[in-house]
Ligand binder design. Structure first.
Ligand code: GDP
Ligand code: IMO
Ligand code: MG
Length: 436
């Protein structure tokens, strides 16, 4: 090893959703965290719901990184996140209740922005009507809007409310939101009420504050294995998703750089997670969506109900142009395919291989024209037997292997992981995702 630079030992992995969220990022991040030293969340907030199933126990993480179940993994929340303090405190308490010591190994960026209850209330109040996005109602859009408008309150300010300049920032935000609340008919916040709500939460969070960028940088430089855990999915990205039906952050792999505060040269692997089919929660284009019994079957067999809101997820067939799009905008080096078990028992499986608009075929996702785009399907051979017990590729029926082979060939990215059930061990690991 002598003579090698630290850079040659870098092993930073970004995990991103390659569809519209809920691809199984939590399961995969938990799995790869077995070999990781640190897991960093870099974007989004409590709109995320990442499900981990280990030894019959289920944990849904909204803010904490999904490496949390591994007691030696360091957990970091980056500056690009928006954090609802009461959710963070409750989630830490839930982990502690399960015997997981979180506080000693958690660093929360003081630069992350705070979501206040009044921002969530207005998010929920504006979630109806024909133009509604169908948000998770967690105050994500309002918090990122305030951040961009330079009105937001950072966690550092939130935790130092004895400082006049910090209190002034909260006062200014409350003032703006009182007017907005009155305009939409929800209860207007007061400064006193907000400060009283904040005090115990600030006390609980203050000892956790630190510099997330320095923590991630030092870990990467020291050659530790670091996972950057994405939330939501590529097609919900503020810049590259199906705007305006998107979330308010950069969910793509580039968001790991800005959200965690690391340079692109620190990253060597990008793992995109996709289901073997497709789902979406909330409104917006979804060309391969199924309306009738077939969609109902995927929803029931796949238990497709939101981990954060409980909403039924819209279900449809796998969309290869969308995956090629995700491969491009994220620079995917590997794929993980989840929920292969859900497709068992079908004679043939329709897969969208291209799009047709006005008689013309598009191999690339017509992301700005999805409402008009008509999916072109191929019907691939299905498989009867359950794949839930498969632990190697050889355990899979030939048609299931061929399905995966076609996906990786047509997307042009190798499949490293195949998930055949929600539990940690219900997985086929084909190749190592860390570069060392
Ligand atoms: P995330 O937001 O990307 O972390 O995904 P969610 O946790 O919101 O949704 C994925 C759901 O699928 C969860 O209920 C998981 O427990 C479950 N899941 C993950 N992988 C598999 C799999 O391979 N098969 C089955 N049947 N369920 C899975
Ligand atoms: P994870 O990390 C699926 C969707 C919402 C809505 C849009 C905007 O579990 O994959 P927001 O509350 O962010 O303003 O809502 O984005 N959405 C998600 N869909 N999984 C998620 O997270 C999501 N987070 C937000 O349904 O359509
Ligand atoms: Mg989810």
């Amino acid at each position: 090893m002598a003579g090698r630079t630290a850079e040659e030992h870098m092993a930073a992995l970004v995990v991103v959703g390659a569809q519209w969220g809920d691809e199984g990022k939590g399961k995969v991040v938990d799995l790869v965290s077995e070999r990781a030293d640190m897991v960093v969340r870099y974007a989004g907030g409590a709109n995320a719901g990442h499900t981990l199933k280990v030894d019959g126990q289920k944990l849904v993480t909204h803010l904490l990184p999904s490496g949390v179940m591994h007691p030696s993994v360091r957990c970091v929340l980056g500056a690009g996140m928006v954090i609802a303090p009461e959710v963070l405190v409750a989630e830490i308490a839930e982990c502690e209740g399960r015997g997981l010591d979180v506080r000693a190994r958690l660093t929360v960026s003081g630069r992350a922005h705070v979501t206040f209850p009044f921002q969530a209330a207005i998010d929920r109040a504006s979630n109806a009507g024909p133009r509604a996005i169908g948000t998770t109602g967690r105050g994500i859009g309002p918090t990122y809007s305030d951040k961009a408008a330079r009105l937001g309150v950072t966690l550092r300010d939130f935790c130092e409310l004895e400082r006049a300049s910090a209190r002034d920032r909260v006062a200014a935000l409350v003032e703006v939101w009182s007017e907005r609340a009155r305009a939409v008919g929800v209860e207007a916040p007061t400064l006193e009420g907000t400060l009283a709500w904040a005090a115990p939460l600030a006390k609980a969070i203050a000892p956790l504050l630190g510099d997330a960028s320095v923590a991630a940088y030092q870990a990467v430089r020291a050659g530790r294995r670091v996972v950057f855990e994405g939330a939501q999915g590529t097609l919900l990205d503020l810049d590259h998703g199906t705007y305006p039906f998107v979330t308010s952050s950069n969910t793509v792999a580039g968001g790991a750089c800005t959200g965690a505060g690391i340079g692109p040269t620190a990253i060597d692997t990008v793992l995109g997670i996709t289901k073997a089919y497709c789902t979406r929660v909330g409104n917006g284009a979804f060309p391969t969506e199924l309306q009738g019994d077939e969609g109902e079957r995927l929803r029931e067999v796949g238990e497709e109900y939101g981990a954060t809101t409980g909403r039924p997820r819209r279900c449809g067939w796998l969309d290869l142009p969308a995956l090629r799009y995700a491969a491009r905008v994220n620079g995917l080096t590997h794929l993980a395919v989840t929920k292969l078990d859900v497709l068992a028992g079908m004679e043939t499986v329709p897969v969208c291989v291209s799009y047709r608009i006005d008689g013309r075929i598009y191999e690339d996702l017509p992301v700005d024209d999805l409402e008009r785009a008509e999916p072109v399907y191929e019907h691939w051979e299905g498989w009867d037997a359950s794949v839930a017990k498969a632990r190697t590729m050889e355990d899979l029926p030939r048609a299931a292997r061929r399905y995966l082979h076609e996906v990786e060939t047509r997307v042009g990215v190798a499949i490293a992981i195949v998930s055949v059930g929600a539990e940690r061990e219900a997985t086929i690991v084909r190749r190592e995702v860390f570069s060392r």
